[in-house]
Design a protein around this ligand. Structure first.
Ligand code: PMT
Length: 400
C-alpha cells in the first residue's frame, strides 16, 4: 500500500525523535519515498545525517540551505506529498500549526500541504492533558488532520501516563490502512454542488437558507485528495478551498447553478449534489428596492426552480454515477427513498435536522446512505471531513 507513495515525515524536538529513525526505515522498506523535514529543535535530538541516510534523501531544515540564493520550496514539497506525517509532534509544533505560526520549514510545509496530514503527538502526560493542547488538537481535527493518539506508559520524565508517541510499526499500520481504504480516483472527473442558493427578491433582499458549504467543500477536498479532478459549483459561502485539482465556479441563484451543472455533467464521471438549492424563487424580482408603503401585508409570489438533481438524473449516461442528499425533518427514510427514485440517483445521503450536530453549519454530520435497492447504511456522528470520506468511499465502489 505504501509502495511509491510520497511521504513527508516531519520531525520535531522530542526525545521520541529516535523513533523517527525506525519509522523512516520502516516506510522506506515498504517502498515509500520519504522526505524528512526537521525543526531546529528536532536536530538537538537526532542528527540529519542519520535521517538522510535512512531516507536516502537530504533532510530539509532551513528555508535557505546555501548562501547562494538557492532555497527549499515548501510549496513544491506540499504538492509532491501523498501524505504528511509529523512524528513526533511536540506541544509547541501542534500549537503553532493549529494557529498558523509559520516560523520554520516544517510548519510552512504543513501549511502548503494538500495531502492528508497525520500527527503523532509525543509529550509529557500533563502537557498532553492540558486544555491548550487538547483544544489545539481539536482544532487540527476540524481541519481534517488525523491525530494518531499517543500511548500510555513510562515517559521521558519517568512519570507514567498518556503521551508516549505511538510505536513506529503502529503508525505505519495507520498509513497502510489509510491508503488501503482510499480507492484512487485519479483520472476521474467529479462535479460537486455546494452551499445555498440566493433567490433575488430585489437589489437588497433574497430568499436563502442556512447552508454554509462545509459539507460540500469537505467532499470536494476528499475527492481531490484521491486524485480526482473536481468541479465545485458553489453558492455564496465563506468557505475556501485551495487544491490544484479543484476548479471552483461561483454562482448565486438556482438558475445559475442549474446552467453550470447541466453544461458540466455530460463531461464528468460523477456528480455529488450537496447544495441546498432553493425550491422556489420570487415570480418577479424587482429592479428597485421594495419600499415599505404602509402597514399593509406584502405578498410574495413564488415560482418553482428547476430541480438540478432530477435534470441531471434524466440525462445521466451509462457509467455515470449521481449522488444526492436529502435533508429531512420527518419521515426521513421514506422521503429520501422517494427522492432517490424520482431523481434517478445511484445513492442518496440522508441527514436529518432532528439529529443534534447534523445538517447545516456545524462541523459535524450524521448520515445514512441509502442505495437503489433501499439498503440503508447508518454512520455515527462524525466531522464533516470524515463523513465526506465515507461518502467518497461509497462513490468509489460504484466508479471503479
Ligand atoms: O452546507 P452545510 O452547512 O455544511 O450543510 C450541509 C447540508 C445540510 C446543506 C447538506 O448536507 C445537505 O443536506 N444538502 C442537501 C440539502 C437539500 O436541499 O436537500 P433536499 O432534500 O431539499 O434536496 C434533495 C436533493 O436534490 C439534494 O441533493 C439537492 O442538492 C437536490 N436539489 C434540490 C432542489 C433543487 N431545485 N435542485 C436540486 O438539485
Amino acid at each position: 500500500m505504501l509502495k511509491g507513495k510520497n511521504i513527508i515525515v516531519g520531525v520535531t524536538g522530542s526525545i521520541a525523535a529516535y523513533k523517527a529513525a525506525y519509522l523512516i526505515r520502516g516506510l522506506v522498506k515498504k517502498g515509500a519515498n520519504v522526505q524528512v523535514v526537521i525543526t531546529p529543535a528536532g536536530k538537538e535530538f537526532i542528527t540529519p545525517l542519520t535521517l538522510s541516510t535512512l531516507s536516502n534523501a537530504p533532510v530539509i531544515s532551513e528555508f535557505f540551505s546555501n548562501r547562494d540564493g538557492s532555497w527549499n520550496s515548501h510549496v513544491d514539497l506540499g504538492l509532491w506529498a501523498d501524505a504528511m506525517l509529523i512524528a513526533p509532534a511536540t506541544a509547541a509544533t501542534i500549537g503553532k500549526i493549529a494557529n498558523g505560526i509559520a516560523d520554520n520549514m516544517l510548519i510552512t510545509t504543513y501549511l502548503s500541504c494538500k495531502a492528508p496530514v497525520f500527527i503523532a503527538p509525543a509529550m509529557d502526560l500533563d502537557m498532553f492533558a492540558h486544555p491548550t493542547t487538547q483544544q489545539n488538537l481539536d482544532r487540527l481535527r476540524t481541519f481534517g488532520n488525523r491525530i494518531i493518539e499517543p500511548a500510555e506508559g513510562e515517559l521521558a520524565s519517568h512519570l507514567i501516563g498518556k503521551g508516549r508517541m505511538e510505536e513506529p510499526d503502529s503508525i505505519i499500520c495507520v498509513l497502510e490502512h489509510f491508503f488501503a481504504e482510499q480507492k484512487d480516483l485519479r483520472e476521474k472527473k467529479i462535479v460537486i454542488t455546494a452551499g445555498p442558493t440566493y433567490e433575488k427578491i430585489d437589489p437588497v433582499r433574497f430568499i436563502g437558507n442556512y447552508s454554509s458549504g462545509k459539507m460540500g467543500y469537505a467532499l470536494a477536498k476528499a475527492c481531490a485528495e484521491r486524485g480526482a479532478e473536481v468541479i465545485l459549483i458553489s453558492g455564496p459561502v465563506s468557505e475556501t478551498i485551495a487544491h490544484p485539482n479543484v476548479t471552483r465556479i461561483d454562482v448565486e441563484s438556482a438558475d445559475e447553478m442549474y446552467n453550470e451543472a447541466m453544461s458540466v455533467f455530460p463531461h464528468v464521471d460523477a456528480g455529488i449534489l450537496c447544495a441546498a438549492v432553493a425550491d422556489y424563487k420570487p415570480a418577479v424580482s424587482m429592479d428597485k428596492k421594495i419600499k415599505r408603503e404602509s402597514s399593509a401585508e406584502l405578498t410574495l409570489q413564488l415560482t418553482p426552480n428547476k430541480d438540478i438533481a432530477a435534470s441531471l438524473g434524466a440525462i445521466k449516461k451509462e457509467g455515470q454515477v449521481l449522488v444526492g442528499f436529502a435533508l429531512e425533518t420527518n419521515n426521513e427514510e421514506a422521503h429520501a427513498l422517494d427522492k432517490l427514485k424520482r431523481k434517478n440517483l445511484d445513492f442518496i445521503v440522508l441527514n436529518s435536522l432532528k439529529e443534534k450536530g447534523a445538517g447545516f453549519r456545524c462541523d459535524t454530520n450524521k448520515i445514512s446512505i441509502i442505495d437503489q435497492k433501499g439498503a440503508i447504511a447508518e454512520f455515527p456522528l462524525k466531522l464533516k471531513q470524515e463523513v465526506a470520506v465515507d461518502i467518497v468511499d461509497k462513490l468509489a465502489t460504484l466508479l471503479l
